[in-house]
Design a protein around this ligand. Sequence first.
Ligand SMILES: NC(=O)c1ccc[n+]([C@@H]2O[C@H](COP(=O)([O-])OP(=O)(O)OC[C@H]3O[C@@H](n4cnc5c(N)ncnc54)[C@H](OP(=O)(O)O)[C@@H]3O)[C@@H](O)[C@H]2O)c1
Length: 272
Amino acid sequence: MNADKRPVAVVTGGSAGLGLVISKELLGHGYRVVIVGRDAGRLKTAMATLGDQEPDCLLGQVCDVSSRAEVEDLISTVEQTFNRLDVLVNCVGASDRGLVENLEVEQLETLWHQNVVTALLCSQASIPLLEASSGTIVNIGSLAAKVGARYIGGYSTVKHALAGMTQQMRLELKPRGIHVALVSPGPIARADAGDRYRDSIDGSLPPQASAPGGGARVKGLPPERVAAAVIKCIQRGAVDVVLPGHLRVLIALGHAFPRIGDWLLLKFTSSK
Ligand SMILES: NC(=O)c1ccc[n+]([C@@H]2O[C@H](COP(=O)([O-])OP(=O)(O)OC[C@H]3O[C@@H](n4cnc5c(N)ncnc54)[C@H](OP(=O)(O)O)[C@@H]3O)[C@@H](O)[C@H]2O)c1
């Protein structure tokens, strides 16, 4: 039996990008953190980036979180190692580029697995431990979980599904003491932000489509702001955080008055 009372967090996709920054933030808040990815080398590099930690504070776990069997092994390792789980951050996910007109069902299925199935499997497997700790699940959405945007292939479809699943889970798990939150950031500032989708652009899309957010005119967010929002969900029970925050008003306006919403979205994603 592990008598250590320090809280434990699992961060899927903790070996790179936003997940790595969230892991660092959780370590800074006194969590013991399990970072999860498929590639052992990437995990090792991430652990080196996170630097020297107190003993037993950082664990890297190779796991493909789109596989139920691997996820069950992961959570069983967490239980055996720490005998508790307080926070699950479902950060694995991936964007896309293209027109819905050309979206292949196979590509939509890939995105579905990356953005929805991963969060579903990890959440399901974690419920018993999270119930015991009255813990928190934070799902990482996107502005594409709140609104459609041009040129992002099937991304908006699957992130909207993740948002719906998050709210349903929150309602179902509240009586069991588990808090479930969604953090929906806009494009995140990172060194390779402009290059990641360059190869996905074909003649059907304008060059701007390869830019973050499919060319949406939104300034890149520091990932630390998103990590701080995750902490807000855990510590203050925030339910649904949109970043940057001022876009929440425009999103609400667009939901209340869809024509105005479309006008705003066309304006924000126009190259002119
Ligand atoms: N980047 C942005 O501008 C942005 C904006 C809004 C929202 N988001 C959301 O933020 C999240 C993180 O995005 P990111 O761009 O920071 O990600 P990223 O840099 O592409 O990193 C993805 C991470 O997930 C891991 N991963 C991928 N598939 C996995 C699987 N099946 N099982 C286990 N680990 C897996 C990767 O490691 P391995 O490859 O080794 O498995 C890596 O650690 C996503 O949900 C994304 O939709 C991102």
